[in-house]
Design a protein around this ligand. Structure first.
Ligand code: SAM
Length: 249
């Protein structure tokens, strides 16, 4: 059917590609890809031929012209599969303007969900998953980074950050200095890949563990909320008794 299909792709292990995602890649009229080479490689691995179909590049530098062009194609009855470089489109990846424009034109938008580093990291972090907030990449500069971390200090949710191996050490130091030694953290490296590694502990411990090593690969940092590990001992009955005292009948 005509529309925009947001197709998630693997974040490391090629076999995390979903069957429905492959069906869509095999049948869409147009494949729009953040990186056409990665998309072709993925299709090759899974034996999905491109044949006569069009593959177009769509990335952060694509402007309104490209967005409008794709919206027009869908309005003319075409189906477009969009894949970002890895994982789920829009999650620290392009696709937002495109999805918004297609929806605003009253056309069909659907997702073929699949891998995302954020959720994979949340899943293995050992941190509370009842409520979480995706932050993505912090600003590169120290001042901006620390200002943003300070603004997140009291966030009542587990927080998920993406970080590059070049900056992970300074990022951990900033997190520890601002959120405190005792805050819980999990650094998740190379998820779904051969050298997958999860380092869990307090910010003091994990910052120390990461201090003197050369870090390679892709990283997600999951930070617990303030006071998440303190088990609050709420005595409901006595609290109720107190409340009753001041209640007017
Ligand atoms: N759209 C992707 C998703 O759904 O996860 C994220 C794209 S973002 C440009 C790339 C960042 O995601 C990396 O710098 C890293 O922080 C994180 N990432 C991607 N794959 C990962 C993996 N296998 N293990 C750990 N982190 C990963």
């Amino acid at each position: 059917a005509p529309g925009l299909y947001m197709v998630a792709t693997p974040i490391g292990s090629a076999r995390d590609m979903t069957l429905r995602g492959l069906d869509i890649l095999a049948s869409a009229d147009i494949i729009a890809a953040e990186d056409t080479r990665t998309a072709r490689k993925l299709m090759d691995i899974h034996g999905v031929p491109l044949n006569h179909r069009k593959m177009v590049a769509f990335h952060d530098h694509s402007g309104q012209g490209e967005v409008n062009g794709l919206v027009k194609e869908i309005a003319a009855g075409k189906s477009i599969a969009y894949v970002s470089e890895a994982g789920t489109p829009l999650i620290a990846d392009p696709g937002y303007e495109l999805g918004r424009a297609v929806a605003a034109a009253g056309l069909f938008v659907t997702a073929a969900p699949g891998a995302s580093a954020a959720l994979a990291a949340m899943t293995v972090s050992g941190l509370p998953s009842d409520r979480f907030m995706f932050i993505g990449f912090l600003p590169a500069g120290k001042v901006q980074r620390e200002t943003e971390i300070a603004s997140l200090r009291d966030t009542p949710a587990t927080m998920i950050f993406y970080e590059s191996p070049k900056r992970i050490q300074e990022m951990l130091v900033s997190l520890r200095d601002i959120l405190g030694d005792e805050r819980e953290v999990a650094v998740c490296r190379e998820l779904t890949k051969k050298f997958e590694e999860v380092t869990r502990g307090t910010l003091a411990e994990v910052t120390e563990a990461y201090a003197d090593r050369s870090v390679k690969g892709e990283l997600v940092v999951v930070v617990g909320r303030a006071g998440a590990t303190e088990v609050e001992d709420v005595d409901v009955e006595s609290a109720l008794r107190e409340a009753m005292k001041t209640m007017r009948v």
